[in-house]
Design a protein around this ligand. Structure first.
Ligand code: FAD
Length: 286
């Protein structure tokens, strides 16, 4: 099923993300985690793409297993900045063969020392390529706080508009911890004429080291209320997990109450966290 058709129904949806292993010895445990999350019957599941594309086969295989063995609609991520056109075409034909209809088109982070291939500069160019390859439903990333490399949010929204005009059907946001940032962003992109569904990316923070690193890299702001949780519970893994899940749940309930229907949880291959969030929303998203 195409994700745009799922999102067009305008009812609250919950989806989860998994990431493929870096090495073969972890493949089985990642696949087991993905299948366990799939049993929660999410609206769809995304499978990320390893930087550089070295694990692209795992992304396609996990996405296909989610569809064929668990009956869950998969969204396969694809990055382009370190890829040649040939490699991108090869991945797309592999996805087509496996009947995977949804692709999240990304530039990817530029590796230290610059891109290793020069065929693609931006995700919008990848969207052009995907459009040529077949009838895919295409998603892209967006950044409520602006992408780290952008001079300002206005220019970032202009480049988002280029991705939409290239044929992107929906967008998923970078994680954020203050819903007001998303509401302000939605207002600004709608004003710019961007009308595609926006799926809110929510990260349940259960590990303080991980979040400090990610926020440094992505420029995501940590609200005072959220910092207090990290300060108070950061040294106690059990308490941090409980507090992180509660914070994410509260964020999601507020989003749905304010009309944001698409909720994507960065579940980080953790079925227990995905399960708790689902349980907390059992009467809100069903
Ligand atoms: P783009 O949309 O190409 O934008 C990159 C930068 O270039 C921005 O600053 C933008 O404003 C600017 N820009 C865009 N077009 C132009 C133009 N024409 N001229 C000048 N500047 C321009 N990474 C992975 O490696 N694998 C994944 O699976 C993955 N999944 C992700 C999922 C989501 C929902 C998100 C939010 C991010 C994900 N990432 C992933 C990280 C992503 O690859 C990085 O954030 C990357 O730095 C930007 O990718 P993009 O597709 O947003 O790039």
């Amino acid at each position: 099923m195409k994700i745009k058709d799922i999102l067009d129904k305008r009812t609250p949806t919950l989806s989860f993300e998994v990431f493929p292993p870096k090495t073969e010895d972890k493949y089985e445990s990642v696949m087991n985690a993905a299948m366990e999350i799939a049993r929660l019957e999410p609206a769809f599941m995304s499978v990320t793409y390893g930087a550089g594309g070295g694990t692209s086969q795992y992304t396609a295989d996990i996405a296909a297993a989610l569809k064929d063995q668990a009956g869950v609609t998969p969204l396969a991520h694809l990055t382009c900045v370190s890829s040649t056109k040939e490699k991108v075409r090869q991945v797309l034909s592999q996805l087509k063969e496996k009947n995977i209809e949804n692709v999240l088109a990304l530039r990817g982070d530029i590796p230290e020392g610059g891109p290793v291939a020069k065929d693609f500069r931006y995700a919008s160019e990848l969207i052009d390529e995907i459009k040529k390859a077949g009838d895919f439903c295409i998603g892209a990333a967006c950044y409520p706080e602006g992408h780290v490399e952008s001079a300002n949010k206005t220019i970032d929204i202009e480049y988002l508009k280029e991705k939409i005009d290239a044929g992107c059907d929906f967008v998923t946001t970078q994680m954020f911890f203050d819903n007001n940032i998303l509401y302000n962003y939605l207002y600004r992109i709608r004003e710019r004429g961007i009308t595609v569904p926006v799926v809110a990316g929510i990260m349940p923070v259960t590990n303080i080291g991980q979040i400090k690193r990610i926020c440094q890299m992505s420029g995501t702001a940590l609200p005072v209320r959220f910092k207090a949780l990290l300060d108070r519970f950061g040294d106690n893994p059990g308490a941090m997990k409980q507090a992180g899940i509660a914070y994410a749940t509260e964020q999601i309930i507020d989003l749905i109450a304010n009309g944001v229907n698409g909720i994507h949880v960065y579940s980080m291959n953790k079925p227990d966290i995905a399960g708790k969030i689902k349980e907390n929303l059992s009467e809100i998203i069903n």
